[in-house]
Write a protein that binds this ligand. Structure first.
Ligand SMILES: [Zn+2]
Length: 258
């Protein structure tokens, strides 16, 4: 472990040691890279397997604001990455009965026995969720990452994050995170087309992003937040009979503004 990595002691789970300040000040991007690399190596150590010498590849590179929000969320205890590589967070659905950890959000995807790749989108998701709480002021219990059946019924996991007006209720903000600007552009063009078409079945649609439009049509959120590293776009959604339209707006609302 390098001296820089040794000075970075982050909690590995919610119940672990409190966050300690970073002693080697550099930049948020560098600090998040260091943290992710340390967690990545820990996963191999936990498994008793030697980590690949190439280290962790982070692509696309971390965005400055994304890194700032990720660090702020980490410091506020909104999430952590445990020794097996799973994100642990009160913003995720509760652990299954009898289990003390969440296994819904793996940060280092297994490609084969000795290789793992970063769930790049996950970094951006954790940063965006942290911003909803720390920057936009939404209460922690109103922000949900990976909303499940309890949150969205038959539309479980239809979007990456939600701010509902009450548990199981209508949406205030629905958010979807992509790892790249091109994937984000595809998302928005497809859900706009699905929205304009109105209610229709997935089997007749053919667009890969149809489920994201379907959950919006069903739960009628006021705002849609489309996020990728370096870009956050806010849209106000207007509904007309069974159809909906996305109109880009300055930003999503802060808590108390709607
Ligand atoms: Zn569709």
């Amino acid at each position: 472990m390098s001296p820089a990595a040794q000075s970075l002691q982050y909690p590995s789970s919610r119940s672990a040691v409190p966050f300690e300040p970073i002693h080697v000040l550099s930049s948020p991007v560098h600090d998040v890279e260091t943290y992710l690399n340390a967690r990545y190596r820990q996963v191999f150590q936990t498994l008793g397997v030697e980590a690949p010498a190439t280290g962790l590849k982070i692509a696309p590179l971390l965005d400055e604001r994304e890194a700032q929000d990720f660090l702020a969320g980490l410091r506020a205890g909104l999430f952590s990455i445990d020794d097996r590589g799973y994100a642990q967070s009160e913003l995720l659905p509760a652990s299954p009965a009898g289990q003390d950890r969440q296994k819904i959000f793996m940060m280092f995807w297994h490609t084969d026995a000795e290789k793992r790749v970063l769930f790049r989108e996950g970094v951006c998701q954790l940063a965006a969720a942290s911003a909803l709480v720390l920057e936009y002021g939404w209460p922690r219990d109103q922000v949900r990452l990976e909303p499940n059946k309890a949150d969205l019924g038959g539309y479980a996991y239809g979007v990456d994050l939600i701010v509902p007006d009450r548990p199981g209720g209508r949406g205030v903000i629905f958010g979807e995170v992509k790892a790249s600007a091109s994937a984000l552009a595809t998302l928005m063009s497809e859900i706009a087309a699905c929205g304009a078409q109105g209610e229709h079945d997935k089997s007749t649609c053919g667009r890969s992003q149809h489920p994201k439009a379907a959950v919006c049509l069903a739960k009628r959120p006021d705002f849609f937040w489309a996020v990728c590293p370096g870009t956050r776009k806010a849209f106000q959604i207007s509904f007309n009979d069974s159809a909906m339209a996305f109109v880009e707006t300055d930003d999503i609302p802060k808590f108390g503004a709607v």
